[in-house]
Design a protein around this ligand. Structure first.
Ligand code: PNS
Length: 159
């Protein structure tokens, strides 16, 4: 059984993440979407809220599991017996950080590899931080996140 893990902050999930989730789920037996803690970032949504937004955004998930882990990614990978991490790449600007993480994780556990998927062009400008900023001004985010969660995000972030 080929299990892939797609880790991220998902603070909040965007259509860019959902595109990767949809495509990655087609090339593995099971995809675990993992809400993890990125200590370099301060988050706007709690882990529970991020899980809830993901659950609302992915209604049809035959082979997709959504969960969270507050520890090292490689420890979670070992726990669920997964060897492949999936990440999305939008632009060259993502590359340096993602390469560092991929090499670090591989160094921590030689059995673990990271594969990258290029984000679809229509999502290449999207980021959770841009959504958060837009939402804080009450801007329209319906085109960038699923309709179901747009209001929840605005309600939480609009100042
Ligand atoms: O969506 P992001 O913020 O780019 O995701 C980064 C994330 C959460 C995947 C990364 O920070 C992570 O793996 N955090 C868990 C702790 C860990 O294993 N850190 C890397 C080794 S120091």
């Amino acid at each position: 059984m080929r299990t892939f893990v797609y880790p991220g902050s998902f603070d909040p999930v965007t259509n860019g993440h959902l595109d990767i989730i949809n495509r990655a789920s087609k090339i593995c037996d099971k995809l675990i979407v993992l809400v993890s803690v990125n200590k370099r970032k301060t988050s706007a949504f709690t882990i529970e809220e991020r899980l809830e937004l993901l659950n609302l955004s992915i209604p049809n998930r035959a082979n997709i599991e959504i969960t969270s882990y507050n520890g090292l990614l490689v420890d979670f990978m070992r726990k669920v017996n997964a060897k492949t991490i999936v990440k999305g790449l939008r632009a060259i600007s993502d590359f340096e950080y993602e390469m560092q993480m991929a090499l670090l994780n591989h160094n921590l556990d030689n059995d673990i590899d990271t594969i990258f998927m290029m984000t679809s062009i229509q999502n290449s400008f999207l980021s959770s931080s841009a959504i958060r900023e837009l939402a804080s001004y009450g801007g329209k985010i319906d085109d960038f996140v699923p309709e179901k969660i747009a209001d929840i995000i605005i309600k939480k972030l609009k100042k």
